[in-house]
Design a protein around this ligand. Sequence first.
Ligand code: MG
Length: 337
Amino acid sequence: MKLSYQPFDLLLKHTFNISGHSRVSTPLMLVQLEHEGVIGYGEASMVPYLGENINTAVDFLSKVKIAKFKLPFDFAAIVAYLDSIAPGNTAIKAAIDIALHDLHGKLTNTPCWQLMQSKPALMPPTSFTIGIDTPDEMRAKALEARNFKIIKVKLGGEDDKERITAIRSVTNVPLYVDVNQGWTDRNFALEMIWWLFAQGVILLEQPLPKHDVDGNAWITSQSPIPIIGDEAVQRLPDVEKAVDVYHGINVKLMKSGGMFEAKQMIDKARQCGLKVLIGCMSESSCATLAAASLAPQCDWADIDGPFLTTNNPYAMPAFANGKYLLSDNAGLGLSLY
Ligand code: MG
């Protein structure tokens, strides 16, 4: 196998604001793995607050001696090898893992969703995310989300109630809310959650800072809607720690280090009685299709990356009635222009 890579600046349709951060583009590293003329595609999306960037990615990739693996089939060994190079770096590890799965699928003429043991008929609808903005702007963005069955709203600032009211003035679709650790007072948080419940919010991510385990557990024990741990849950060992703290976990390939461990996290969550949301960072069609191949095993999906960006280097994935349509093509089913 031969590894090659190329940085790419993924431009966002709108300045993206969440609790504590704001940005207009996201650096990607596009990765290719080639075996006898067949190419597998992968991608790292390096959101600034997780500590990876183009330099860390290039540094990590320069240490990867992928040629020691003749074929991309032994994922456990390859993932262990990547972890042995350096801790962290989960986005660039995910890029290699996704490329390996795409290549594996192409070499065995198998779609990635089949490698992941997913049933396409169980695909959940995916939400469309609206970043924190003025109530007027958020109302306008809710109108843009007409093709989606669910809207995900970023909250955690002042005027949260006005924001929801503005969105509710133009749509009745179910809402997810993501606070991104933006609340600090558990009583305030629970009061807000009951109010949001009455507004048709059906899921809420990371209400309090991830280190406030007691506070998050207290909210989960009293919340009328499922509370999902996102920032608190990165990789496989974090899944068990989420039991009794959250109702469910948000699995993202850029946190888990790719599809192999994401599948393990989903299976582990099921064993532990946790619900699963599959999420994303700002991603092109490549990482989105990788996540979509696992989405049928999850309760909810929030993999809207290609709809929030303007220069996706690949063709848009097939999408209808608010859901991705998984193709029977080998690998990810990624179409190049
Ligand atoms: Mg989140």
